[in-house]
Design a protein around this ligand. Structure first.
Ligand code: FE
Ligand code: FE
Ligand code: ZN
Length: 275
């Protein structure tokens, strides 16, 4: 049993996302809590939320990996940006809570010259602010490619943030294969070694979701350019090894490849048929 799906648009509402994903052959998906470039989040009618909740249970979907907007930067050097980011973060967590037990995935942020130590404190502070007793959502820090001043460019940087979180049981990590590869980890020739390193620094139980992407760039490029499965520098075989790795079974795998629906359906089919 694999949970596989792709990033989908929320524009037709919540239930439409579930039904649409089934049509592509998937059984999990990701969507943006609001326009990825920011802006206000449209209120979703309660009946649509309930309809999706029922649909996910009935169709045995895996946990969703909801994505926070890119404009959110919890460790910006500008205080006003940190403030609206924290507001987005709290609001988006409340929205994801309407669908109990899912993941809310976010980019740690870019420190814009402040340096990692300041940034990691700000990110952990924001996490500590939004997490409250009784919530069911797990927050996922995404490992980044290390473009510009991105925080979370390696496993140590992710671990350093989690160390400062109070409710550690409510925080995990999203392992983006494109980011990890461009961050300098050789998942092509030494996936076991990379996962061992992840385990040593963060703990493998914290690896709760995977973004399954090929990369347009060679290892260590730090550029973050996703490619279709099999058309990039990671390649189909290495990505299938990720999907089949014994330590990663049961995790939701989300495609963020540059595709239309037909392309996503083909990638989902490829992965399902590899089992
Ligand atoms: Fe992401
Ligand atoms: Fe990603
Ligand atoms: Zn990316």
């Amino acid at each position: 049993m694999i949970y596989i799906g792709n990033h989908v648009s929320v524009s037709d509402g919540y239930l439409a996302m579930g039904v649409g994903e089934s049509a592509l052959g998937g059984n999990t998906f990701a969507f943006f809590t609001r326009n990825p470039r920011g802006g206000t989040a449209k209120a979703v009618p309660q009946e649509d939320i309930d309809a999706l909740k029922d649909y996910l249970a009935r169709e045995n979907f895996g946990p969703l990996v909801v994505h926070a907007p890119y404009t959110m930067n919890l460790c910006s050097a500008k205080e006003d940006v940190r403030e609206f980011s924290l507001r987005f973060f709290a609001e988006d967590l409340a929205r994801v809570e309407q669908l109990p037990g899912q993941f809310l995935n976010f980019h740690p942020g870019s420190h814009l010259g402040q340096g990692y130590d300041v940034a990691s404190k700000q990110i952990a502070h924001a996490i500590n602010e939004v997490l409250k007793e009784g919530q069911t959502t797990t927050l996922l820090l995404e490992v980044m490619a290390g473009k510009g001043t991105e925080v979370g460019r390696n496993f140590q940087e992710i671990a350093g943030i989690i160390d400062q979180v109070d409710m550690k049981e409510r925080v995990g990590v999203c392992f983006d294969t494109c980011h990890v590869w461009e961050g300098g980890y050789d998942i092509v020739n030494d996936l076991d070694g990379v996962l061992k390193e992840f385990d040593e620094h963060i703990g493998i139980d914290k690896l709760m979701a995977v973004h399954l992407n090929d990369s347009k760039n060679p290892i260590g490029a730090h550029k973050d350019r996703h490619e279709k499965i099999g058309l990039g520098c990671i390649g189909k075989d290495a990505l299938l090894n990720v999907v089949h790795h014994p330590l990663l079974q049961g995790r939701p795998f989300i495609l963020e490849t540059p595709n239309d629906d037909a392309g996503y359906a083909a990638e989902i089919k490829l992965i399902k048929e590899s089992f």
